[in-house]
Design a protein around this ligand. Sequence first.
Ligand code: XIL
Length: 352
Amino acid sequence: MPSFKNIFAAAAAIAAVNAAPAPPTPLIAPQDVPVNQYTNDAANGAPFLNNIAQQNGKLWFGTAADIPGPEQQDLEYMTILNDTRIFGAITPANYMKWQYTEPERNNFSYTGGDVVIDIAEDHGKYVRCHNLCWDNQNPAWLLDLVASGVSNKTMISILQNHITNLIEHWGGRCYSWDVVNEALNGTGGWDQANPFYQVIGPAFFPIAFEAAEKAVKKTKADIKLYYNDYGIESGGARAQGAVNAIAALKAANIQVDGVGFESHFEVGGTPSTAALVQQMNTFIALDVDIVMTELDIRFVNASAANAGGYAQQATDYYSAVSACMQVDRCIAMTVWDFDDKYSYVLTHLLLF
Ligand code: XIL
């Protein structure tokens, strides 16, 4: 059975921007999306996702890919990934993270990220480089240093060194970098589990962006710098914490170009278009772009994965993508992979 995700309803939302009245929600509903929904435009009358997004003013409709991996032996997966009519950008799901890029202190490895960038360049796609500072997927040596009471000064230089090396290595091959990822807790304060916060305190945030800005200047490339997070997409304390953090960077005249709305939503629990638009505009008032960076709409309850549930899921993809289409400075959308076979979150099952 195919395992492609039900993201094609996004195409209807994109098309609706220039069509009146808006088309009905689900293009597809039951079970899995057949592969020709992605690959055979003419046969099913549905437009290619990236083509239609770019025709309607967005930079891309993209996907994450956890490459290098078994995906590379899967002809169907790779055909869809490579097809720039379908996906105009790739985000490496893992291989630019610290545990892979600096597995030993000051010993950098770029091979995994290179594979993704090479694929993107071969097919004319953007790359969202992800990420430079996060509380997850850090190497043991770094966590050991934190546990052994590393000094503030050393931790700052480790963070700056990592950011500088990665940005300078890939340079303008990255459209953007997620400089800091998921730094907040549920009430909008700093995440206490973040090792950089633990040692450096709140200053880790501007320090990371300052290091990124400095490295970008050295490359002379136009690399955009982002803060990326979940749970900031439709108001609440966490969103307010992110607004405050971005405002503080702006007030200090530190480069920050955008905010990533991860958009890991739930079937039936996806924020409304209006709520998403409102929160995008709150950030945009600070003079930043928005990208939907990890759009994925999962069932929280496997028993809800029936025809009605799939229709709701299509409606949710439609309403989420509609928000980006309604906001000029929501410049692009990326789904967090498109095939349950390789996905962090299955369409049908809750994994976390
Ligand atoms: C996920 C990857 O998809 C998984 O393969 C990995 O095991 C854990 O990380 N927010 C993010 C992404 O910013 O980096 C995460 O990616 C998903 C949640």
